[in-house]
Design a protein around this ligand. Structure first.
Ligand SMILES: Nc1nc2c(ncn2[C@@H]2O[C@H](COP(=O)(O)OP(=O)(O)OP(=O)(O)O)[C@@H](O)[C@H]2O)c(=O)[nH]1
Length: 366
């Protein structure tokens, strides 16, 4: 990833602008966001209540960078671009976050869902703070979208950090039984305490929380074995919080996707865009596609991915060609010079697995 980071700085970021700045072409906001993983914080770095120490919090803190103006605008949730307002921190998310925090006091356990392709970039810096010392279950969804090798690498990584991971496929339902079991186990002491006090057991209450489009609703539908939540291939479908009962022993709180109010890690923000985990109004497809191509170069499976690029677009991503040049070349050949359409095609192929199953983040390559 380091080479990608360098290339990004020298090539793409040159055009995208620095974190917190504007894309010079579109004047859209450049997204940035944190990419550290709270589940990987060594236990000695946590306080008794599961919160991180100030120095750790500092490094995970969500920060808008660059200009004060952007920070101000970001906190207002709106950025101006191309003569109109581009919403990247939509009002419904701000509202939902407030309601979510109100509801959290009633919750026994937290099911934190992340995208298995980008387990670090879909780590929300505030979740640990909101949830305090409530038991948390880490769910890595979209298992079908990564390779077995990626899964093994991440499992080893999380195991080393003492974190048990539930792997799920929200479409086929694979792994959802394990999630239910983990939630029940994590909250078992709730009913043990009630029993000690002579109270009747009650259903365990768990909230399902995570970035937009990571598959929370699909997972809930699978846990309930019926379609109770709207689930669609775009971020921001779930808009309201609601409680759902799972067979009498587990209540689930379905929450809209949450995103930080401001961002600090440019590469992580781009990965969210690559994986469609953030509203498409927030980014420019051609730039994100070019960035994706640079990420491909750093992956162990690059040779196989490059073969697929050749099959799909008749050209290899050669060493001397930047991602941006590849997109531009594709635009010339197939899309009458329209780089946006070329970018959309590459992103679509990646998201539909036409370029293969892969995680964009690997533990040893951050
Ligand atoms: N391939 C694959 N697709 C999935 C998986 N889980 C969910 N999806 C699809 O991804 C899209 C988004 O899933 P949702 O369940 O709506 O995501 P969400 O996290 O609830 O999204 P928000 O409502 O934006 O918070 C849907 O089209 C799902 O069918 C998965 O494990 N694998």
């Amino acid at each position: 990833m380091q080479r990608a980071a360098l290339l990004m700085s020298s090539r793409l970021l040159g055009r995208l602008g620095r974190p917190g700045s504007r894309n010079p072409t579109t004047q859209r906001a450049v997204l940035t966001l944190p990419a550290a993983c709270q589940f990987c914080i060594p236990s000695h770095a946590r306080s008794r209540h599961g919160r991180t120490q100030p120095s750790q919090r500092e490094s995970f803190a969500v920060r808008a960078a660059a200009t004060d103006q952007d920070v101000l605008e970001a906190e207002g949730g709106l950025l101006e671009g191309q003569g109109r307002l581009v919403q990247w921190y939509p009002g419904h998310i701000a509202r939902a976050e407030r309601r979510l925090q109100e509801q959290l006091s009633q919750v026994d356990a937290v099911l934190e869902v992340r995208d298995a392709r980008i387990p670090l970039s879909t780590c929300h810096s505030q979740i640990a703070k909101w949830c305090g010392n409530k038991p948390r279950v880490l769910v890595l969804n979209r298992l079908d979208m990564i390779s077995e090798r990626d899964k093994v690498a991440w499992t080893r990584h999380f195991n080393a950090a003492g974190t048990h991971v539930c792997w799920t496929d929200g479409v086929s339902g694979l792994g959802t039984g394990q999630v239910k079991k983990a939630a029940m186990e994590a909250s078992a002491e709730i009913n043990a305490k009630r029993k000690n006090r002579g109270l009747k057991p009650r259903p365990v209450r768990a909230v399902v929380i995570g970035f937009p489009n990571v598959g929370k609703s699909a997972l809930i539908n699978r846990l309930l074995n019926k379609r109770v939540c709207d689930s669609a291939p775009k971020p921001g479908v779930t808009r309201n919080l609601r409680w759902l009962r799972l067979g009498g022993d587990l209540d689930l709180l379905d929450a809209p996707g949450v995103i930080p109010a401001s961002f600090s890690d440019q590469l992580a923000a781009q990965r969210l865009a690559m994986c469609n985990d953030i509203g498409e109004a927030s980014y420019v497809d051609s730039f994100i596609a070019a960035a994706l191509l640079e990420v491909f170069r750093e992956l162990p499976a690059f040779a196989a991915i490059n073969e697929r690029l050749k099959q799909r677009f008749s050209t290899f991503l050669q060493a001397e060609l930047s991602g941006e040049e590849y997109v531009e070349g594709l635009a010339e050949r197939l899309f009458q010079g329209d780089a946006e359409r070329a970018g959309q095609r590459i992103l679509k192929d990646f998201r539909n697995l036409a370029l293969g199953r892969m995680a964009l983040e690997l533990p040893e390559r951050r």
